[in-house]
Write a protein that binds this ligand. Sequence first.
Ligand code: ZN
Length: 321
Amino acid sequence: MRIIAACNSVISSTLISALAVLATLAAASAGERFSTRYSASLTAFLGLDTLRIEQAARDVWLAHPSLLKQWELISAEANATYNGALNTIEVSPALTLPAGSLESGKRRLKTVPELLADSPAYAVHVTTVFHELAHAEYDVLVEEGATAADRRLFSLIEREIRPSFASRFPRVSSEVAVSEYFAYFHGAVLELLFEERHQLLFYNGIDPLTGACLPLRSLREKARELPLREFLELNGLGAGDETPYAERIQVDYVFVQGRDLALSIGEPGHFRPEWKAEFWRHFEAFYQPPRNRLALLQALREDAALSAQVARCRATLLVER
Ligand SMILES: [Zn+2]
């Protein structure tokens, strides 16, 4: 699964000022931002600390996509874009809901459960939004050197990564390419966590899309092996549970200005593993993601509603035996 987003950079200054006014009008009220509920739901769903998204969102607005499309600032097919000139995120209206009163015209990002209720492809939609929020984070925090971790990453990007992109991919802007890599990296972490969550739930006899109990024979067998307390909670898969996610994240391609840039190892001048390690280190410093499947399992066990569902499904198995 690859997330492709169009990211625009060339617009006229007249439109910039006109749009800046619109963006201000569309800004969320103080306290809750357009991203707040989305962020909180990601924390509950995948065990990520999302304070960083809220920090970036202080300087970013959710724009009105219909006007931007009318003025051809974003492509009609794009589900979401980030515009660095305007500090605006534009997402398909299908991924947002009215925030506050309808008359205000304000909108907010849908939460993960709201996107799940809409479509089985919800993880793609969550990740698309996360990709654009990562562009915002890169623009207003990383490039600005907001923290020591940002300065460290940005220095590596400027010293080594951008020159490498510039020489390998001379037809695209290296500045845009590094921002895309940052956003794709964020997206890749989220995709992996979604895959892992789905795999864990399936293995534990719960349909990850519907929450329905799956009467797996393997679980009935487990009932004979495990103490009741362990049987009633989510269990790991065993093999691979401790493999660090840092080793599993891989960004092989980034899509920049209509071109796929191949970065995988084996390609000439590939994206060096130590660069990728720095992106993980930077991500980890702010989002504190689960480091492996066991850590994700721990985060999921802390979800009270999910734990109750697991216990209900297990009880069903016991009754049917
Ligand atoms: Zn992008």
